[in-house]
Ligand binder design. Structure first.
Ligand code: DOR
Length: 309
C-alpha cells in the first residue's frame, strides 16, 4: 500500500487529507468524527473567534449544481472551546483555526495561544468573506504585513495563514514577498471565492439571506482557481513554507492535480459536507489508482512537478 504520511512543521500527519475549516469541525463530535475517520490526516477546527457566535441569519448555505455558496458569518463555539479541544490528546494532529473580527482580536488570540499549553499548529484565517462590514484582511497587503510583523514579534509556536484566492500574477508576487519575510509553517490556499451571487429564477430571489445574497463560492467550480493559487504560491514561497491546497476537490484526479501543483496536504470542504467523512477513503483509493497506473509509489515522485505545455 502507498504511504500517504506527511510532515508539516515537525507535526506528523498519517495522511495528506484534512477537512476545510468550517466543514465537519464545529463541535467536539464533528472534530472527533474527522479524527476517527479512515484516511484523514487530522482535523482543522472551525475558525474560532474570541467569543461564541451565532453567525449570520438563515438560509446561509446553498448547494449549487457545481459547488456551493455560503455566508455563514463565522458561527462557532468560541475560542476557549476549540483551544480546550486541541490541547487534549488525540489520535491524529489538530490545526487550531482562529479568526479575529478585528486586528486587535487576532493579536489577542495569538497571545492566548502563545501563553497556553498548546504546542500544535495554528492557522490564522485572514480571508473570511462573510462578516458583515469587515473586509478580507489578506486583500490588504500593507495590513497583512503589519499584522504578521506584530504577531512574529512575540509568537514562537507553529503558525500558518489561510488566504483568499488571488487573481492577478502581480498580487501573487506581492503577497509571496510579504509571507516570505516571516517564519510561517504553511499557507492554506484557498478560502472560498468571495462574494459570488446566485439566483433562483422561479422566485427571482437570491438564494441566501445575508448580504443580499452575496457569499463565498466553493466546490468543483473553484478548482481551477485553487490550483492556480497553489501553483503560483509554490513557485514563489520559501520551501520551508508548506502548502495546504483547498478548493474544488471532489475526486482523486483533483487531489492529484493539487499535488502536481505543489500542495503538501489537501483539504476538502463542499464535497465533505455533501458526502460525509467516507469521502477520504474514496479519494485515497482513487489517488492510489491513478498513481499505480502511472507507476508512482510515493507522492514525492510527482509533487510540484506539473509540466509546462
Ligand atoms: O467561506 C467561508 N465561510 N470562509 C470563512 O473563512 C468563514 C466561513 C463563514 O463562517 O462565513
Amino acid at each position: 500500500a502507498i504511504d500517504f504520511k506527511t510532515t508539516m512543521a515537525s507535526v506528523e500527519f498519517p495522511s495528506i487529507f484534512l477537512n476545510a475549516s468550517g466543514v465537519n469541525c464545529m463541535t467536539v463530535a464533528e472534530m472527533d468524527e474527522m479524527i476517527n475517520a479512515a484516511c484523514t490526516g487530522g482535523v482543522v477546527t472551525k475558525s474560532a473567534t474570541p467569543q461564541q457566535r451565532e453567525g449570520n441569519p438563515q438560509p446561509r448555505y446553498y448547494q449549487l449544481e457545481h459547488g456551493s455558496i455560503n455566508s455563514m458569518g463565522l458561527p462557532n463555539a468560541g475560542f476557549p472551546y476549540y483551544l480546550d479541544y486541541v490541547t487534549r490528546e488525540h489520535a491524529k494532529p489538530t490545526i487550531l483555526s482562529v479568526a479575529g473580527l478585528q486586528m486587535s482580536d487576532n493579536i489577542e488570540l495569538l497571545h492566548k495561544i502563545q501563553a497556553s499549553e498548546y504546542t500544535g499548529l495554528t492557522e490564522l484565517n485572514l480571508s473570511c468573506p462573510n462578516v458583515i462590514g469587515k473586509p478580507q484582511v489578506a486583500y490588504d497587503f500593507e495590513e497583512t504585513d503589519a499584522l504578521l510583523a506584530e504577531i512574529f514579534s512575540f509568537y514562537t509556536k507553529p503558525l500558518g495563514v489561510k488566504l483568499p484566492p488571488y487573481f492577478d500574477l502581480v498580487h501573487f508576487d506581492q503577497m509571496a514577498a510579504i509571507l516570505n519575510k516571516y517564519p510561517l509553517t504553511h499557507i492554506n490556499t484557498v478560502n472560498s471565492v468571495g462574494n459570488g451571487l446566485w439566483i433562483d429564477i422561479d422566485t427571482e430571489k437570491v438564494v441566501i439571506k445575508p448580504k443580499q445574497g452575496f457569499g463565498g463560492l466553493g466546490g468543483a467550480m473553484i478548482l481551477p482557481t485553487a490550483l492556480a493559487n497553489v501553483r503560483a504560491f509554490r513557485q514563489r514561497l520559501n520551501p520551508s513554507i508548506k502548502i495546504i491546497g483547498t478548493g474544488g476537490v471532489t475526486s482523486g484526479k483533483d487531489v492529484f492535480m493539487h499535488l502536481l501543483c505543489g500542495a503538501d496536504m489537501v483539504s476538502v470542504g463542499t464535497a465533505l459536507l455533501h458526502e460525509g467523512v467516507g469521502i477520504f477513503q474514496r479519494l485515497t483509493d482513487e489517488l492510489a489508482t491513478i498513481m499505480a497506473e502511472k507507476g508512482y509509489t510515493s507522492i514525492e515522485d510527482f509533487r510540484g512537478k506539473v509540466q509546462d505545455f
